[in-house]
Design a protein. Sequence first.
Length: 366
Amino acid sequence: MLGIKLKYLKLFFLRNTEFALYILGFFGHVFFTPLFRFYGFQSLFVYNFVMALVYGIFILLYSSRYRNFFMTFSCMEVLLNSLVITTVTGADLGTVLFSVCIVPSLFFFSHSNKDSHKYYIFLSIVAAVFTLLVILQQFARPDQFIKDYLTAVTVYKSLYRFHTILSTISTSLFIIYLCAVTRIKLKRSSYKTRRREQELYNMANHDQLTGLMNRRRILYFFEEFERQKNEKGIDYSICIFDIDNFKLVNDTYGHYAGDIVLKKVTSLVQTLMPANSHIARWGGEEFLIIFNGASPQIYYDLENMRLAVQKEKIDFEGEEIKITLTFGLSSSRAAINYDRLITDADTMLMYGKQHGKNQVCVSRNF
């Protein structure tokens, strides 16, 4: 149960990165509210108290539908907070880090969001302007700056240390969090891309019903075996077979039954194929097997397939469907190229279909 909750939280923060900004804003203001009151900065005490309430409401009423509004408000508030604290205290308590942190944060948000990039460019420009204002607020009046700065590091020395250290830690942790989230998202995106590429490859090269290679993919093996024959003199063989009376099966039992027959037959044939042979759906109820070599054993392998399918009883809604196969076998010994080889095997298949079916017909060049 705990594992499921942690997984849910992980997915939630991956999809709602800006929610971490609200949590950080809430706890940051809650922490600094009593701190500023203790040191007598009444205006900063009120500001932090109000902002803690606002962020608390943000967290309670969070909805991704209002992401733009909440994001814009949070970014502006962080920038304003940086400027206000610098103005009131007269010294940099590490608040310039807040405005600097906004720019890379916006990059991470825009990376994972579908909103217009112009929106994030605008916020980045605003963040840069506020950063400049914070810096000018410190250095535009040198005499006043030195006086206020010395007051901050002497009279409010502990506040200066607390705020600077916590500002640095909080902004660093937030950037680390964003980097980790972005890394995970990029990794997930890369995985999804690879998986999609594999799916597209399978769709382009395999038959969706049987999972076998399609005509396009099997041609690669023809080229490989043809090259092997030309370079090493090793012949290869092919057979084209189809399911006898398959149209009758569809007409009698329906196309769903036909699909079951196709999958059952191809699965059974695959289990009986010798090593280094490849099968593809050639079209409709026709299939093609390419064998490495041209030995008599191939004929006996096909006979085993034919007999196994003949004995197989395919159950469909309480009825048994009996199937037979007809094979046309040819080899590359006398073929000029694989196109002629395919034609020869197809001719033998047609001969078998016209002379009783359920048999293996072998070409004279085998």
